[in-house]
Design a protein around this ligand. Structure first.
Ligand code: PGA
Length: 249
């Protein structure tokens, strides 16, 4: 059985007081599905969130990290720093990191290695832009993003990797991939894994969909056989909406 996962990415939202109230609202929710639930606050509020949620059903994860262990990288955060505040999972390769902060496949390969070396589970994000989808290039783009950042790995690290397919044209736009488009791409991703690593890896890696998942569309998207959950942006900033998605399984 693959793990079902719903992860909320708060992005650069919520100061300390706002984080406090969202954490309180999250603690008041009830999980009725088997999904693993995670939220990714900003770095400054990670420890506060970890303390607040450590006895709950919600795991606190990070939005990003640097590949180096420490040193002269002003403004950056390392894997061991994340671990020291209770984090066990990190999102890497989000399209906003790729687009606004110049993160390339090569940089992401190093980040994945650093996360794995530190025993952090990675939620690795990728996805095509609208022009790729329109030109029919979306599968080739996704395949190259996966190959370039992950295919130097052996099979065994994949037990610590979750994939998140996030078509860039659906992030924060209110436009979602249709459940069929999501399923087609997830099946393609699984086939790509199968071709390289075989059925055991392909059938055990959870593949999340991200891009305008909301309470009113989550059930249909999560109902597709190769969709194992979601990476949620906007709707994760409201505890009721987020748990409606968590409980959509
Ligand atoms: P969204 O963001 O749900 O607001 O579209 C998804 C994401 O960026 O992970």
């Amino acid at each position: 059985m693959r793990k079902q996962i719903v992860a909320g990415n708060w992005k650069m939202n919520n100061d300390l007081a706002q984080t406090e109230s969202l954490l309180t609202a999250l603690k008041a929710q009830t999980k009725t599905s088997n999904a693993e639930v995670m939220v990714a606050p900003t770095y400054t509020n990670l420890f506060q969130a970890y303390q607040a949620l450590k006895e709950s059903d919600v795991e606190v994860i990070a939005q990003n990290m640097h590949f180096a262990e420490n040193g002269a990288y002003t403004g950056e955060i390392s894997a061991s720093m994340l671990k020291s505040v209770g984090v066990k999972t990190v999102i890497l390769g989000h399209s906003e990191r790729r687009e606004y902060f110049g993160e390339t496949d090569a940089i992401l390969a190093k980040k994945v290695d650093a996360a794995l070396a530190n025993d952090l589970r990675t939620i690795f994000c990728f996805g095509e832009v609208l022009a790729d989808r329109k030109s029919g290039n979306h599968e080739a783009v996704v395949e190259s993003q996966i190959k370039n950042a992950l295919f130097h790995l052996e099979a065994s690290p994949f037990k610590n990797i979750v994939l998140a397919y996030e078509p860039v044209w659906a992030i924060g736009t209110g436009e979602t991939a249709s459940p069929e488009q999501a399923q087609d791409m997830h099946a393609f991703i699984r086939k790509t894994l199968n071709d390289k690593y075989g059925a055991d890896v392909a059938n055990s890696v959870s593949i999340l969909y991200g891009g305008s998942v909301k309470p009113n569309n989550a059930q249909e998207i999560f109902g597709k056989p190769d969709v194992d959950g979601g990476l949620i942006g906007g709707a994760a900033l409201n505890a009721d909406d987020f748990f409606a998605i968590v409980n959509a399984f």
